[in-house]
Design a protein around this ligand. Structure first.
Ligand code: ZN
Ligand code: ZN
Length: 317
């Protein structure tokens, strides 16, 4: 399974020189695996670049697992180039909304005066599904959704294909400063996953001044990974005010705390990074020693990020 990050920022896009290396687009992560259509976590502004990658040749068929409807998770919808191809289709799952149907909630912001046209004027088709608590299949992928503490209806997802599992918890309210308490449903969702993609919006000082903004610290992301037994952690939903250098520092701090908590690898998600997970590597990892090597992996043209990885089981581009 390949996990590609197209948008890693929280809250709002930030196209600045200081954020160029990790990228300024909002939440969008794509899972690709053999014998199945792509599965997309969230439809933030990174979705536009996924659309450019796949192009407008053949009709697109795929699924989106949307955590919630805050702007940074849905703003890419009308800019997805495959919508312009007849017979393209995206099945979108998202949590049940309060007092409004999911489809009506989405239609309400993709229409004039907020956008020049409404959804029905796009040649492609967007189909809506509410993500309940029962597991469901998206092609060969087994999907579980679970409520995540945030602001408004929000879920996280766990996707398993051929025994490889990825959990996505993009926006997660930490209970309080320094808290180690984790919602049991979130822990269960992330239990022993091969890769956990988790909110890492704040440092401790920022959280202290914004304790009810719906997010958590980098330390809390490590806490969730440690308590759930996640093998790898991708720090995600970076604050738009965080420069690349600040993210480097937060990553270094997370690696230190993760090392003593038994988490094998930590990366800071960056646009253009693909993490490859294979059944062979997962099995090999279970039997492997804890020896890891530090490798430097290219991201976008002008960027690199160091990750500590077993060279055989985690690759990036
Ligand atoms: Zn968000
Ligand atoms: Zn949010």
């Amino acid at each position: 399974m390949n996990v590609t990050f197209y948008g890693v920022r929280g809250s709002t896009p930030c196209a600045c020189d200081s954020t160029r290396r990790y990228g300024g687009n909002t939440s969008c992560v794509v899972l690709n695996f053999e014998g199945g259509e792509p599965v997309v976590f969230d439809l933030g502004t990174g979705l536009r670049f996924f659309g450019l990658d796949i192009g407008c040749g053949e009709p697109f068929k795929g699924a989106a697992l949307v955590s919630h409807l805050h702007w940074d998770h849905v703003q890419g919808i009308p800019f997805f180039a495959p919508w312009l191809v007849e017979n393209s289709r995206l099945d979108m799952w998202a949590p049940q909304q309060d007092g409004i149907e999911l489809e009506d909630a989405v239609r309400a912001f993709i229409c004039p005066p907020y956008f020049p046209i409404d959804i029905d004027q796009l040649p492609g088709e967007l189909r809506f599904h509410e993500a309940g608590t029962e597991p469901f299949m998206v092609g060969r992928a087994e999907v579980i959704a679970a409520p995540v503490p945030h602001i408004g209806p929000t879920v996280g997802y766990r996707v398993t294909v051929d025994g490889i599992s990825v959990a996505y918890v993009s926006d997660h309210q930490q209970p309080g400063p320094g808290s180690t308490e984790v919602d049991p449903a979130v822990l269960e969702l992330c239990r022993d996953v091969d890769l956990l993609i988790h909110d890492a919006q704040f440092n401790d000082e920022e959280f202290a001044s914004r304790p009810d903004w719906g997010h958590c610290t980098v330390d809390y992301a490590v806490e969730v990974a440690a308590q759930s037994g996640a093998r790898r952690l991708a720090l995600f939903h970076h604050d738009p005010s965080h420069s690349d250098d600040q993210i480097d520092e937060l990553l270094a701090q997370a690696k230190k705390s993760a090392a003593v908590r038994g988490i094998r690898e930590v990366i800071a998600a960056g646009e253009g990074t693909t993490v490859s997970l294979s059944a062979e590597s997962t099995r090999a990892e279970a039997a492997a020693s804890s020896d890891t090597e530090s490798i430097t992996l290219p991201l976008t043209e002008a960027s690199t990020v160091s990750i500590a990885a077993s060279s055989s089981d985690l690759n990036a581009r």
